[in-house]
Design a binder for this molecule. Structure first.
Ligand code: SF4
Length: 481
């Protein structure tokens, strides 16, 4: 099974060079007669494995020699000078992720329905993607070359799934032997080389909670500031996770965890000056507890892991109310001025259309009142509903939030990002108003399809009104209009 998973990745890693996919018009790359499908094999005599290598080996270099392999197999060298800040105008092929050699109890791949998008079955464990996109790796199968590469190319920070510093527990969770699970020396080596680490703990009731959790947090905090932060996120089990060793995260479990971690957070704030250990938003929501303040999250070091997203959303949403208040003050000032200059005729204010853009549709609204439906996951729906109701009262709009149950994955899955096309269509009968907004995160970033493979067009055609996909920024912008 691992052979199948690992072989393509290793082949990709060893394939010499990186392929150019685009050359910008008028760029230095075009002047050098570089073309799509050319493969840059070496830069200044050093082999190139991917675009990170290319970036590293060209950074700051003004005298360059590229060894280029053309699509027809011919190889030639290009020698040139450039200004330090001059961009080559080249785009490269994506990095093909290296895959893991673990068998984690809670692996998301085991929770996928059989017909999920193939990319959801990719068990990526790649230090390059960790550096570029914040993907977590366990470091359990990292090679010596990769260790050297992190240090030499300063691929910092790295995001590491630690789960537990107790070796037996970590090995049990990763489904590997203790020798492989033991990353203490690797971590020490990275930290000694000043590579920053953001750690993650996937919290599994009765496995790595309680005293194991406390010990893990203390062990990690001992390396602050090189270990910058730790995210504690609850294990999410779909209806396909049937492993009896795993228990579901309950509201009571979340309340206990909050109490336990709050004590440690207080201690870390006193000793380290930062919260250091952050609980995932889902834990607060499940517990029915208040979301911590803006200050709690500092600079939101693990927001991509669902830690602080809700606080950040509430902060962004507040700007809608603040800008409305500013507009009101402006309107009051204008009214006063008009009263003062009663005899001066004023032009009626122009109604500026607000523009809402979906992937393929555009709809113009008069500014002001909005009448439509916003779909989101069950977890976030109560928070969004509260804010939207406040917005409706303020603006006279009639927006409705509909919580969409996730029947595709089932189980504990209630986040918006994992809603399928079928889940969205299942609530089409609840839509009211002139339009429906769906979370943009439900659509694959490079292709208009949903997690279940349903196309965006198919979903759109199932709704009685136009469908628009917005991210948080887009939604805030719409409301501010
Ligand atoms: S490391 Fe990640 S991808 Fe690999 S088995 Fe564990 S959870 Fe799955």
């Amino acid at each position: 099974m691992y052979e199948f998973a690992v072989t393509p990745a290793v082949t990709q890693l060893r394939r010499p060079g990186v392929i150019i996919t685009e050359v910008a018009r008028g760029s230095l790359g075009e002047e050098l007669e570089l073309e799509p499908n050319d493969r840059i094999v070496k830069v200044n005599g050093r082999p190139v494995r991917d675009y990170l290598d290319f970036r590293f080996q060209t950074a700051g270099e003004t005298e360059l020699v590229f060894q280029v392999k053309k699509a027809n197999g011919e190889t030639h060298e290009i020698e040139f000078d450039r200004d330090e800040s001059e961009d080559l105008g080249l785009m490269f092929e994506q990095i093909v992720p290296r895959q893991c050699a673990n068998e984690c109890l809670f692996c998301f791949c085991k929770g996928n329905p059989d017909d999920a998008r193939p990319s959801l079955f990719v068990r990526d464990e790649d230090i390059r993607l960790s550096f570029l996109y914040g993907n977590y790796t366990t470091l359990s199968s990292i090679t010596e070359d990769e260790m050297k590469r992190i240090i030499e190319q300063r691929l910092s920070p790295q995001y590491v799934s630690v789960h537990a510093t107790d070796l037996k527990t970590r090995a049990y969770l990763l489904g590997v032997d203790e020798a492989r699970a033991d990353i203490s020396q690797k971590l020490e080596r990275l930290l000694a080389a000043d590579i920053e680490i953001h750690a993650q703990i996937v919290l599994c009731p009765e496995i790595n909670d309680g005293t194991i959790l406390e010990q893990t947090l203390r062990d990690l905090a001992a390396h602050y500031p090189k270990i910058v932060s730790t995210a504690i996120v609850p294990v999410a089990l779909t209806r396909y996770n049937t492993d009896e060793r795993l228990s579901r995260v309950t509201p009571e479990f979340c309340r206990r965890t909050i109490t336990q971690v709050e004590n440690l957070q207080d201690e870390f704030r006193t000793t380290l000056g930062v919260t250091f250990a952050f609980l995932g938003d889902e834990i607060y929501l499940k517990a029915g507890a208040e979301i911590p303040t803006r200050e709690h999250y500092g600079n939101y070091p693990q927001i991509e892991d669902g830690v602080g997203m809700i606080r950040s959303f509430l902060e962004q949403f507040q700007t809608v109310f603040d800008s409305a208040a500013t507009k009101d003050r402006r309107t009051e000032a204008v009214d006063l001025a008009r009263q003062f200059f009663k005899n001066v005729r004023t032009r009626p204010e122009a109604r500026v259309p607000a523009r809402l853009e979906g992937a393929t549709t555009t709809l113009d609204f008069p500014s002001g009142r909005l009448f439509g439906t916003i779909l989101t996951g069950e977890m976030f729906a109560p928070i969004l509903t509260e804010q939207i109701e406040r917005f409706n009262r303020m603006s006279g709009s009639a927006l409705t939030v509909v919580a969409v149950p996730n029947t595709y994955f089932g189980g504990d899955v209630s986040v918006a990002g994992l809603l399928s096309g079928r889940d969205l269509l299942a609530v089409s009968g609840s839509v009211v108003g002139d339009f429906v907004i769906i979370p943009r995160v439900t659509i694959k970033s490079d292709e208009p399809i949903f997690i279940d493979g349903m196309s965006y067009e198919e979903v759109k055609s199932g709704f009685p009104v136009p469908v628009f996909d917005l991210d948080t920024d887009g939604l805030i912008k719409l409301l501010q209009n």
